[in-house]
Design a protein around this ligand. Structure first.
Ligand code: SF4
Length: 133
């Protein structure tokens, strides 16, 4: 068993924490006493920040719905399906029927590109961020 110092991935605060690793699996999270941001504190999300890592419902590959059921596919097929779906909605109902949710797990640069994609490519200002949910 050992602890690995890292940063919580759930929001932009960047709290420091240790992930406890046992038998090659992450089994817990604890705050870092000396971290300058969090100083031995974590919020409820931070304490559970390890739970998704080995969760059986975690998505590990793209899925595309076909005839009502989700099927694993490669990235090219998944991206083509997403592009077709977005185009179909935009053409049928207009760009403001599309909304985009950015993620605190992304870098600032990735989130910047996502809002550019929403505004310039999709033509909508409907973009928000998971930290506000
Ligand atoms: S989700 Fe909580 S623990 Fe994680 S960085 Fe944000 S405030 Fe800190």
């Amino acid at each position: 068993m050992h602890d690995v110092l890292t940063v919580c991935c759930y929001c932009g605060c960047g709290c420091g924490l240790y992930l406890r690793v046992e038998g090659g699996r992450v089994v817990g999270a604890m705050p870092s006493r000396s971290h300058p941001v969090s100083r031995n504190n974590l919020c409820a999300k931070g304490w559970q920040s390890f739970a998704f890592i080995h969760h059986p419902d975690r998505l590990t590959r793209p899925l595309v719905r076909k005839k009502g059921r989700l099927h694993p596919v490669g990235w090219d097929e998944a991206l083509d399906a997403a592009a077709q779906g977005l185009r179909r909605v935009r053409e049928a109902h207009g760009p403001d029927r599309i909304g985009v949710l950015a993620s605190a797990k992304c870098t600032n640069e990735e989130n910047y590109l996502l809002q550019k994609f929403a505004r310039a490519a999709l033509g909508t200002n409907n973009i928000d961020h998971c930290a506000r949910l």
